[in-house]
Ligand binder design. Structure first.
Ligand code: ATP
Ligand code: MG
Length: 409
């Protein structure tokens, strides 16, 4: 392999040592794919993948701490200091009969063959210190020009694996790149092929696009005819994704932002419909519940008085309360800072708004002769209603005397 240039990439110590071990044993080893791309862009790679001429069993025999994460596809994970590094044997992907998985993979001794199976030119780099950067498909030029371009004939590549049409948009969103013209044209003529791709894979690419710094790129999926495969039954009502709302979430933590972006996407749906849409996308229960609750509560106007806020906190829970408030502010393009400050004060001062915060428990009530479960519940609720209005009354003494008064009445 010719050394294509003098570019050097800063490879983490563990990765370097894994590659060295393979090389010393007489095999080839390179960092490959996303980690090289991101290093060239000056971005911190998410993970470091290694490609090698060694067969999986040969890799396993060289390292002590390995996990068979995808051995049938040639991948062995090497665990070092709690981090997993995937080492994959050079391979040629067989025919993708169903557009999902290659029927079989063939291991090869040729790095070039391995790089050819990769989706885009900027994802098909390999690097090691001895050889330098291996760039067989003009990836560097495309990085420079900021374009996503298929390796080889885009039509063929999308026929092999239709998920790549979503990956093209995903990378363009994450990197702020455009999609090269022929690749773009091939995307629209292959959108129906997404029917063959599993919802789990579709969701991953969709979400990576949504949470990228260019969330608005999700509109490309709709424009290019992929909506019905991503949001079956609801795509039409989600097409006008609001980028301005999305941008207003840019300063938030990743988790909050993700929930709010999903809520933004589904904002024309009822909470029930949103639940259904997210379930169809095979989202986990936590996401389904959180996003549908944000939609359910974002319209319930929260007045700037502490009693209303405490009732809302009690009904919604504090996480949902703040998320729904955030969404309400973004949609209304108005700040409800008084409500937010009051809510924070309630939490800071630990002013009670849940039964669990009452100064008495069910057991105390039993001692007062209230033994029936439903009555205990009702009584605690009544005490809470009282304490929400008068937080100072949340002492055991006051609450017990309140119970006694009520019993006498
Ligand atoms: P990320 O930062 O999201 O991890 P990545 O480029 O590492 O980006 P991965 O999905 O982790 O993307 O895949 C690793 C590499 O494997 C890619 O860079 C690409 O070379 C190759 N690859 C992954 N999925 C496909 C696919 N569907 N078709 C062809 N090549 C693929
Ligand atoms: Mg990766």
């Amino acid at each position: 392999m010719n050394k294509t240039n003098d570019l050097t990439i800063k490879v983490p110590e563990e990765v370097r040592s894994i590659m060295e071990r393979l090389t010393e044993a007489g095999y080839e080893a390179y960092c490959v794919g996303g980690c090289v791309r991101d290093s060239l862009l000056g971005r911190a790679p998410e993970d470091w993948d290694i490609t090698t001429s060694a067969l999986p069993e040969q890799v396993k025999s060289l390292f002590s701490n390995t996990v068979d994460t995808g051995i049938q596809h040639g991948t062995v994970m090497i665990v070092r200091k709690g981090t997993g590094y995937e080492v994959t044997t050079y391979r040629i992907d067989g025919e993708y009969k169903d557009g999902r998985h290659p029927e079989q993979v063939t291991f090869t001794r040729s790095l070039e063959e391995d790089l050819k199976r990769r989706d885009f030119t900027i994802n098909a780099f390999a690097y090691n210190k001895e050889t330098g950067l291996v760039d067989l498909f003009g990836g560097l030029d495309d990085l420079e020009a900021k374009v996503i371009k298929a390796v080889g004939d885009p039509n063929k590549r999308f026929e092999e694996d239709a998920l790549r049409i979503m990956r093209a948009i995903r990378f363009s969103a994450q990197l702020g790149f455009s999609v090269e013209e022929m690749t773009y044209d091939a995307i629209s003529s292959h959108s129906d092929r997404l029917a063959q791709v599993s919802m789990e894979r579709i969701r991953v690419e969709f979400e990576k696009t949504l949470v990228s710094k260019n969330s608005g790129k999700v509109k490309e999926f709709f424009r290019l005819g992929m909506g019905s495969y991503i949001l079956p039954g609801y795509a039409k009502r989600c097409e006008d994704f609001d980028e301005e709302i999305a941008a207003s979430y840019s300063g938030l933590g990743a988790e909050e932002r993700r929930y709010l972006l999903l809520a933004d996407l589904l904002r024309h749906l009822s909470a029930q419909e949103a639940k259904d849409a997210l379930r169809k996308m095979k989202y986990d229960n936590q996401t389904v519940t959180t996003v549908s609750k944000i939609l359910q509560y974002q319209d319930t106007c929260c007045m700037a008085d502490k009693v209303s806020i405490k009732r809302a906190l009690n009904e919604q829970g504090k996480e949902i309360f703040f998320l729904a408030l955030q969404m309400k502010e973004a949609v209304a393009k108005e700040s409800f800072s008084t409500v937010r400050e009051m809510a924070k004060e309630i939490l800071d001062k630990q002013e009670p708004y849940t039964i669990g915060q009452l100064a008495v428990t069910g057991n105390d009530l039993k001692k007062e002769g209230i033994s029936e479960g439903t009555r205990i519940g009702e009584t605690l609720q009544r005490l809470l209603d009282q304490v929400i209005v008068e937080p100072d009354k949340n002492t055991k003494e006051d609450l017990i005397s309140m119970i006694r008064e009520q019993q006498e009445a």
